[in-house]
Design a protein around this ligand. Structure first.
Ligand code: ZN
Length: 313
């Protein structure tokens, strides 16, 4: 009992596993059982796995069933294949994303826009898309949203879907607290909504080393790799194709080649962020998105409580 009390105090009142406390709280229209709610909003079905799956695995291990995890993609990813048509690719992507999400016990969803449609490919920040995103975030009521960063370097190569997904999260962030910003799509309109803390991960296109804390996910290599390898149509077929457009024929990457590429991805992330290390780390920056008066220090105290395993810059 004493140990539990100690951990309770240490970890800011949230128990790291599902033992014996059941506190029903209603917040943002959602019943929460003293749980942490974390949502990833990324463009494509494999983006989350590269940059934040380790954090989700760490959260699942640390909190057990006291964390609710959600993976939202803005694009159906339909254009990302060289043999299949858009609809076939989108259906494959959906199944792959669900299989990966199941490994960490997360819910997967592709964004539904205000008019009820999905985005087959090419994400744009119009009212239809922003309203759908506003609804999706309010419906899940996250404590944290993990989103890609907005590239600030005019010389950086960008991906239209990554850049616009980042901008969309930033654009809706303040209005998440505005009950009439968009029509509420499902359920009752909420009057008051507690804004989430919005974190940026690193982006593969922007490659800007903007981060405040990192999470050592080396212990989750196997599971993170398993999640990544669920995305066969991307990592074994599409990425080798699109990264080798100058070659006539590209064999699909073998398991061995894929392992090498993933190791290299993490080494490069470390180098980008100032470390020479082969350990797998994920890097996150604290945004002020949503709150005019917020800054890094406004949120860092709460993040230290909720992510006690984080290492700070
Ligand atoms: Zn992507």
């Amino acid at each position: 009992m004493l140990l539990w009390r100690f951990r309770w105090m240490m970890y800011g009142g949230r128990l790291p596993s599902s033992k014996n406390v059941s506190v029903r709280i209603r917040r943002n229209g959602v019943d929460i059982m003293n749980e942490l709610r974390v949502m990833s909003v990324m463009a494509h079905q494999d983006d989350f796995e590269f940059e934040a799956a380790g954090l989700f695995l760490q959260l699942r291990q640390y909190y057990g069933d006291r964390v609710k995890l959600k993976i939202l993609t803005t694009s159906r990813g339909g254009s990302g294949h060289y043999l299949h048509d858009i609809e076939t690719t989108a259906q494959i992507r959906e199944k792959e994303a669900q299989a990966s999400a199941a490994i960490v016990g997360a819910e997967y969803e592709n964004l539904t826009q205000l008019d009820g449609s999905h985005i087959p490919a090419q994400v744009f920040c119009d009212r239809n898309m922003l309203g759908g995103l506003w609804n999706a975030i309010r419906a899940f009521a996250p404590d944290y949203v993990i989103a890609p960063p907005i590239s600030t370097n005019p010389l950086a190569g960008i991906h239209i879907d990554h850049q616009h997904t980042a901008e969309a999260v930033r654009l809706v962030a303040y209005q998440l607290g505005v009950p009439n910003a968009y029509p509420t799509m499902n359920g009752k309109r909420l009057l008051r909504f507690k804004l989430p803390i919005i974190l940026n991960c690193i982006d593969n296109y922007a490659k800007e080393p903007i981060w405040h804390f990192r999470v050592n996910v080396d212990a989750f290599r196997k599971q993170k790799m398993r999640m990544l390898r669920c995305h066969k149509s991307q990592i074994e077929e599409w990425l080798p194709f699109v990264h080798n457009l100058d070659k006539a024929k590209i064999p699909p990457w073998s398991a061995e080649e894929w392992k090498k590429q993933t190791e290299m991805h993490h080494i490069q992330r470390n180098q980008l962020c100032g470390f020479e290390s082969e350990q797998w780390q994920e890097y996150f920056a604290i945004t002020a998105w949503g709150g005019g008066g917020w800054n890094e220090s406004t949120h860092s105290g709460q993040i230290k409580k909720d992510f006690p395993f984080a290492e700070w810059k």
